[in-house]
Design a protein around this ligand. Structure first.
Ligand code: NAP
Length: 240
């Protein structure tokens, strides 16, 4: 799809990667970007091309209201997400924490896909970008609940790609390692600039790719899957 002249909705667009997607879309000539946010007041109102829309992806009524409001979109970017660091798989809070994460990272994508697919189909030549992670294929124990949510979202992305193709909707999964956003604040890690990640992903979308593997570590992890020495066996030194 060509992002020029597109009308996009980016979930969680008030900061981090979502805001980077909004700016990158406008730089590429998008006509309008709806910023789907929990708190309308968290959006800088000085740019009239960014239109704030109340949206909580864990709330079906909020998602339905946003779908009614944003009936002209041709691109949905499912970016909203949360992460929780849990010290151990044996943590008694594991199930409770993972339920909160799944509500946002997995069911959030399911809700918006179900609500917006008819809109994208009606407007023609639509696309959905689902923001996933290298944790889809490599579950660090301290991020195990988050990784499970991204693996589930990857599977849903793959099913969406097949079913929604019949409705004229292209689906792309974005996989990326650590990004320099609030989510990783305070952690000394190698991080990708979110604007560069957004730019790379939209470039891949424009050339019709099914997945965007944003950074070298993510490409290594994905490439290792069928190697007999998969990254999820904990065998990739660069990620240990
Ligand atoms: N940072 C990384 O290292 C990294 C790596 C791989 C993938 N990702 C993924 O990239 C995406 C963006 O993350 P980020 O790094 O930009 O994190 P971030 O700076 O923490 O931003 C998260 C965004 O998601 C929004 N959000 C959370 N729950 C929501 C809900 N229920 N409804 C609507 N919006 C909600 C937040 O809104 P509020 O301001 O209201 O909280 C915020 O805008 C996520 O899907 C994340 O899993 C991040």
């Amino acid at each position: 799809m060509n992002t020029r002249h597109s009308v996009a909705l980016v979930t969680g667009a008030n900061r981090g990667l979502g805001l980077a997607f909004a700016h990158e879309l406008l730089a590429r000539g998008a006509t309008k970007v709806y910023a789907g946010v929990r708190d309308i007041g968290s959006i800088d109102a000085s740019n009239p091309a960014i239109v704030p829309v109340q949206l909580d992806v864990t709330n079906a009524m909020s998602v339905a209201a946003a779908a009614a409001r944003c009936a002209d979109i041709t691109l949905l970017i499912n970016n909203a997400g949360i992460a929780r660091v849990l010290p151990s798989l044996l943590d008694p809070d594991w199930i409770g924490s993972s339920q909160e994460i799944m509500e946002t990272n997995f069911y959030g994508i399911v809700r918006t896909t179900q609500a917006f697919a008819p809109v994208l189909s009606a407007n023609g030549n639509g696309a959905i970008v689902n923001v996933l992670s290298d944790t889809t294929w490599f579950a660090r124990p301290m991020l195990s609940a988050y990784a499970a949510s991204k693996s589930a979202a990857w599977s849903f992305t793959n099913a969406s790609r097949i079913e929604l193709r019949e409705h004229g909707i292209h689906v792309l999964g974005m996989h990326v390692g650590f990004l320099d956003t609030d989510m990783t604040k305070g952690y000394e890690l190698k991080k990708t600039n979110p604007r560069e990640a957004a730019s790379y992903t939209l470039g891949e979308l424009e050339r019709g790719a099914h997945e965007a593997l944003v950074d070298e570590n993510t490409r290594q992890v994905q490439g290792s899957l069928s190697s007999g020495n998969a990254a999820y066996y904990l065998n990739v030194p660069a990620l240990a």
